[in-house]
Design a binder for this molecule. Structure first.
Ligand code: HEC
Length: 127
């Protein structure tokens, strides 16, 4: 009885449809959503990951402060090996989910650049 009442409410309130179908809303919570990589491929070193130098460091760089960071957290810098290593999995996840580089930034990564980043981040983060 209660269940069918709930469905009626959902059907009547068009605005409530999103709330009623909310099962998929928490997808980016842990466990991490990471791409599959084959670590037997050649894993690039930190300096070889062109995504970091070409794209990520436009905001996430030790050389940038204040507004020049465009809101990028000061603890995450992709020109600094320690920071990059500490945030490697998060970085791969953000890129995999299409959240980094930020969709509104006008910056993009090629598939090859993404693959390079995933291999580095998920296969031992070689320096
Ligand atoms: C145009 C500026 C910009 C660029 C380019 C950029 N970021 Fe970010 N990044 C941000 C901002 C702003 C935040 C904080 C807000 C957020 O999490 O969306 C952030 C947050 C993050 C976080 C933390 C996310 C979290 O939820 O804790 C990671 C990890 C990250 N970026 C990785 C990257 C990687 C990897 C690249 C390159 C592929 C990149 N970012 C490129 C602006 C940028």
């Amino acid at each position: 009885m209660q269940r069918s009442m709930r469905w009626v409410t959902c059907l009547l309130l068009a605005a409530a449809l999103a709330a009623c179908g909310s099962e998929d809303d928490n997808q980016d919570e842990d466990p991490k959503d990471l791409p599959e990589v084959d670590c037997s491929e050649t894993v690039p070193t930190f300096d070889e990951v062109s995504a970091f130098s070409d794209v990520c460091t436009n905001c996430h760089s030790t050389g940038l402060s204040g507004e020049d960071r465009n809101g990028a957290p000061s603890r995450i810098n992709w020109d600094d090996y320690q920071s990059a290593q500490a945030n490697a999995e998060d970085g791969a996840e953000e890129v995999f989910e299409g959240d980094m580089p930020p969709p509104g930034s006008g910056l993009t990564l090629s598939n090859a650049q993404k693959q390079e980043l995933y291999l580095w981040a998920l296969c031992g983060t070689p320096e």
